[in-house]
Design a binder for this molecule. Sequence first.
Ligand SMILES: [Zn+2]
Length: 276
Amino acid sequence: MLRCILVFILLFLSLSTQADSFINRLLNKPVPGGVAVIPLPEGPAPSVQYQGKPVLVISDSAGWLAIVGIPLSVQAGSQNISVTQGSQQQQLAFNVQPRTYKAQHITLKNQQQVSPNPENLKRIERELALQNQAYRQFDPRQPSNLLFDKPVDGPLSSPFGLRRFFNGEERNPHSGLDFAVPQGTPIKAPAAGRVTLIGDFFFNGKTVFVDHGQGLISMFCHLSRIDVQQGDELIRGAVVGQVGATGRATGPHLHWNISLNDARVDPSIFIGAFKP
Ligand SMILES: [Zn+2]
């Protein structure tokens, strides 16, 4: 009898750990532009794909977990991941809940930054290809931490996902999170990682990509100065550069993107500042 009760208590404890695991509480925000934490079956190390792209898998007290980035363009409703364990392959469904994003109107004095000429369009296309390639990389190493440090200490300004109108014309939604901090503020790596791309781009200005592992990638842009080289291995907290207003920026601020399985997701999730 006592044995039975013990087994029951242990079972209950393990189930409640699964529902309340730290990673689940921190990261499970299954909305467009959010993250889904999906428990995976026990067994050999799983490899997971979502929309044909490899997905971050970790093991914590609750067992294997898939940490899936959900693109902003995904509609609320049912989505599938494909899970391979040994010779077994299966589809697992998860549900995406709706989230509404506000609109923002921005006036730019430089009309080239709203409707670039053909020469600038060529440059933009080239730079986009480079950056897309950096987002698609999948380094097998595990991220050093999933609760990220804020890259700068300052108030959040423009949130992720804002629908943006530049001089009245709708452009891509805001793919990252802005911090209102003065020019020259040092920007610190929120987790360890490798510098996979640096550049001075038409829209993003001076830009640094840091690959944290398994498709979890940070991008910092509009920098006044870059303090790292491509290929550098960074420890958590290493300075990557300084805040500026290069590229399409109306004033000094830090713009921070987080990408997971090539989906740009809300960075506020990773610093425990997500507001539904
Ligand atoms: Zn921004």
